[in-house]
Write a protein that binds this ligand. Structure first.
Ligand SMILES: O=C(O)C1=C[C@@H](OP(=O)(O)O)[C@@H](O)[C@H](O)C1
Ligand SMILES: C=C(OP(=O)(O)O)C(=O)O
Length: 426
């Protein structure tokens, strides 16, 4: 297996430019494909997850043209994919799998959706149940509640409110919201129980609005899509830099120097921008501009106790920062970590112990106490999880060498990660 040896570094300084946001890129691609008119998307993320979405849209007959680096011209199909049959491999991209499942369930065709083995262990039952309430025909091809899926033509009826659970993943609600305008009918969604990862719903609603569909809402409980709404191309759209990818560099600045990330700023529509405030609770200085965030070390870091439900991805970065802080850090309300690229609570606990930390895990939380002295030359397993690989690179900034197994797994969202990291670590 490929390994990357990271040398001990004394500090992190510099300015980096972020790749495009995964969440915004895949939503924008789908909405542009469904819209009436041509959309030019700039600063699109170029990674495995967006490649899976682009390939899927191509298989569905959408015309996509790569017109410049990270710029695509998408000819929208006005709510009706040209190809009524397709076999779609979606890798481990939740932001492709869930939204495409809903959009295709309302597309009157025969579609087979599958992914890598881990995708077939990631739950999708709450989305499929909601789609069935709307009359869609979606069948499980292997295990009940999990991909792969077969979608078949069906008569839709959205006259009654559609109930959906959002306590396992917010991507189910995102998927239903984005797909319902395809029915052309007025529709109401009722969220049953607790909704997790709420800021991702704001990204969804914001982008739907930019494509001409304004969703009426009553808090997080009810969402209403008016009748006869269609997606209209906004013409040109720029993708913000990825705020989750920013977390590694903001953390680097706070634990070891002075780092500026370019591509996101104080007006970001991504909830993970709030990682900067969470990291600041440990110490350090954060300052924002319209298109940048600067993170500086100011002294010793202290442990925090934080509900991280609103920043599930960037919270992994806090777990590794905990190793740099005095005291025991507790990250709470992160049960969704267990159903992502890997069981992230278990993986994080196992790998943090390799550098000497004491770690306690519960069903939905993790508690981390740093060792008096970090263990050098730990070999970190990454579980095909890009965020495990990116997070653990930060350990080198504590002045200890570390080895990352299978470093190329970062390609899911940030193929150039280690090159960019090397540019700030000294
Ligand atoms: O909607 C999105 O773009 C995402 C939602 C989150 O998932 P959950 O809602 O499953 O927490 C997040 O972890 C994922 O990386 C991206
Ligand atoms: C959970 C993640 O991905 P996905 O979009 O596949 O859910 C992630 O990127 O951390």
């Amino acid at each position: 297996m490929e390994q990357l040896h990271l040398a001990a570094a004394a500090q992190a300084t510099g300015v980096i430019t972020l790749p495009g946001s995964k969440s915004i890129s895949n939503r924008t691609l789908l909405l542009a494909a469904l819209a009436d008119g041509v959309t030019v998307i700039r600063d699109l993320l170029d990674s495995d997850d967006t490649a899976r979405m682009l390939e899927a849209l191509q298989s569905l007959g959408v015309q996509l043209e790569n017109i410049a680096e990270n710029a695509w011209r998408v000819s929208g199909c006005d709510g009706n994919f040209p190809n009524k049959q397709a076999d779609l491999f979606l890798g481990n991209a939740g932001t492709a799998f869930r939204p495409l499942t809903a959009a295709l369930a309302f597309s009157n065709g025969d579609y087979h959706l599958h992914g890598v083995p881990r995708m077939h262990e990631r739950p999708i039952a709450d989305l499929v149940s909601a789609l069935r309430l709307a009359g869609a025909k979606v069948d499980y091809l292997a295990n009940e509640g999990y991909p792969p899926l077969q979608i078949s033509p069906a008569t839709l009826d959205v006259s009654q409110p559609i109930q959906i659970r959002g306590d396992v993943s917010s991507q189910f609600l995102t998927a239903l919201l984005m797909a319902l305008p395809l029915t052309g009918q007025a529709a109401t969604i009722e969220v049953v129980g607790e909704l997790i990862s709420k800021p991702y719903i704001e990204i969804t609603l914001n982008l739907m609005q930019r494509f001409g569909v304004k969703v009426e809402r009553d808090g997080w409980q009810r969402f209403h899509i008016p009748a006869a709404t269609r997606y209209q191309s906004p013409g040109e759209i720029y993708v913000e830099g990825d705020a989750s990818s920013a977390s590694y560099f903001i953390a680097a600045g706070i634990v070891a120097g002075d780092v500026t990330v370019q591509g996101v700023g104080q007006h970001s529509i991504q909830g993970d921008i709030l990682f900067a405030e969470a990291a600041k609770l440990m110490g350090g200085r954060i300052s924002y501009g319209d298109n940048h965030v600067r993170a500086e070390k100011t002294g010793a870091l202290k442990a925090i106790d934080l509900d991280c439900n609103h920043i599930p991805d960037a919270a992994m970065t806090l777990a590794v920062m905990a190793v740099f802080a005095q005291g025991t850090t507790t990250l709470r309300n992160i049960a969704s970590w267990r159903v992502k690229e890997t069981d992230r609570i278990a993986a994080m606990a196992t790998e943090l112990r390799k550098v000497g930390a004491s770690v306690t895990e519960s069903e939905d939380a993790i508690e981390i106490t740093p060792p008096a002295q970090l263990i050098e030359n730990a070999v970190i397993d990454t579980y095909d999880d890009h965020r495990m690989a990116m997070c653990f690179s930060l350990i080198s900034l504590a002045g200890v060498p570390i080895t990352i197994n299978d470093p190329k797994c970062v390609a899911k969202t940030f193929p150039e990660y280690f090159k960019v990291f090397a540019s700030i670590a000294r």
